[in-house]
Design a protein around this ligand. Structure first.
Ligand SMILES: [Zn+2]
Length: 69
């Protein structure tokens, strides 16, 4: 997985192109990061929420970013 796509998706969502990715616990913004197994995950700064992106979610993000570019 490439974190760049997820960062780009989040940047574009802030411009209103996509629905923003929000924490389901407190509706805070989610930030992308990558673990040492190359898995991209999203995390919330204000609570301990963390979500590893599944292949389908990741592919949807890649497609959305490519279509936007
Ligand atoms: Zn949260």
């Amino acid at each position: 997985m490439q974190i760049q796509y997820v960062s780009k998706y989040i940047a574009l969502s802030k411009e209103g192109l996509f629905p923003e990715l929000k924490c389901p616990m407190d509706q805070g913004p989610l930030f992308p990061n990558q673990d040492n197994e190359d898995q991209v995950f999203l995390y919330c700064l204000s609570c301990d929420y963390k979500k590893v992106l599944g292949t389908k979610d990741y592919n949807d993000i890649v497609k959305a970013v490519e279509n936007a570019g």
